[in-house]
Design a protein around this ligand. Structure first.
Ligand code: FAD
Length: 320
């Protein structure tokens, strides 16, 4: 079966959920091999986890370069592993860093890249990736015409499913090219206790309709009842009601959860650009003509301050 390289995203010794999704997706188009870079003492645990999710082989490369520098060491490693393995595809998570690594690897391999895929399937002439474009007006299927296809896949494209495989570790020595930007300090993200916005299975967002910073209270209560991340429109962020790190959209974060609940958000094209690939979209808006309803699978016309507390109470009741 064709080998599919999967770059495994990990943090603090733990494999991130999008990497498990990539391994699940890779099994549909071939036999996954995981690539684990810079995991230090946790490398064996990370490799074992990759094996649980179907990696027949796990390429492990260690070195201070992966943490002391920005993306170039990862590009060096993934390129050299791909050159040696000649895989049928390379899959990378569609994060900011993932897309930078993927683009540079594709360039070095002299092949092509498809970004922000929401699905990947086997095609007669190689893997076919699906993207949703122009505010979800079009679904585009495409494939890379030359060389090893490098594809970045949005988090939540599939639900991760375990499928134990050998997970045989192959240690790799990387020839680092140098010239990488050095990390001078790291500041840990202040944790809200909620899931990471771009990886969350459910996102509950608020817009200008929440009226003031305190208005996000009802949004957060629903998010917490659902175990969701909180998002915000740019209007809410620009008003200073919520941090920019939670902004969803063209100039914010791209999210693709199983469920996106938009509250008091009109549905401007720049907001859609960040959430249009969500599997199910629910909108709560008091204006029945709000454009968000064109995109929504379920719409509630009403005042969010009346609707959200009822929804939160119902969710809590059902959860027992
Ligand atoms: P509005 O458009 O003002 O909509 C508020 C909605 O709330 C209305 O539909 C109203 O009916 C409803 N409402 C009001 N009160 C209630 C209530 N009590 N209950 C229920 N509903 C209520 N926007 C983004 O979001 N993300 C981006 O990344 C982004 N990038 C941009 C980049 C550029 C270059 C530009 C030009 C714009 C960008 N924007 C972005 C801004 C975007 O164009 C819109 O201005 C913004 O999305 C509007 O935010 P909103 O929907 O919260 O506000």
């Amino acid at each position: 079966m064709a080998e599919i390289l999967v770059l495994v995203d990990h943090a603090d010794g733990v494999v991130r959920k999008p990497a498990l999704e990539l391994l699940t997706l890779a099994r549909r188009i071939g036999e996954p091999s995981a690539v684990v870079l810079g995991a230090g003492a946790a490398a064996a645990d990370i490799a074992a986890k990759a094996g649980e999710y179907g990696a027949a082989k796990v390429y492990v490369a260690d070195g201070a370069e992966f943490t002391d520098q920005l993306v170039v060491p990862k590009v060096d490693a993934l390129t050299q592993i791909a050159q040696a393995a000649s895989p049928a595809a390379v899959l990378v998570t569609s994060s900011g860093e993932g897309k930078e690594v993927a683009a540079r690897v594709a360039l070095r391999l002299g092949s092509g890249i498809i970004t922000d895929a929401v699905d990947v399937r086997a095609g007669a002439e190689g893997p076919v990736a699906t993207q949703s474009v122009f505010a979800a007006s079009f679904t585009v299927d495409s494939r890379v015409g030359k060389g090893v296809p490098v594809i970045t896949v949005k988090p939540n494209a599939v639900a991760p499913e375990a499928a134990p495989a050998a997970g045989a570790v192959e240690n790799v020595t990387v020839a680092f090219t140098g010239n990488a930007a050095k990390v001078t300090s790291r500041t840990p993200r202040v944790s809200s206790g909620r899931p990471e916005l771009t990886e969350a299975a459910i996102v509950v967002s608020g817009g200008r309709g929440v009226g003031e910073a305190a208005g996000f209270g009802v949004v957060e209560e629903l998010a917490d009842a659902l175990g969701a991340a909180v998002g915000a429109s740019r209007a809410a962020v620009d008003a200073g009601w919520y941090p920019h790190s939670n902004q969803v959209g063209q100039t914010g974060k791209q999210v693709s959860p199983q469920l996106y609940v938009a509250n008091g958000i009109s549905g401007a094209i720049q907001h859609r650009a960040g959430m249009q690939t969500s599997k199910t979209i629910v909108a709560v808006n008091k204006d029945p003509e709000a454009p968000i309803f064109e995109l929504a699978d379920y719409g509630v016309v009403g005042d969010l301050f009346a609707v959200l507390p009822q929804l939160t109470a119902e969710v809590k009741t059902r959860k027992g």
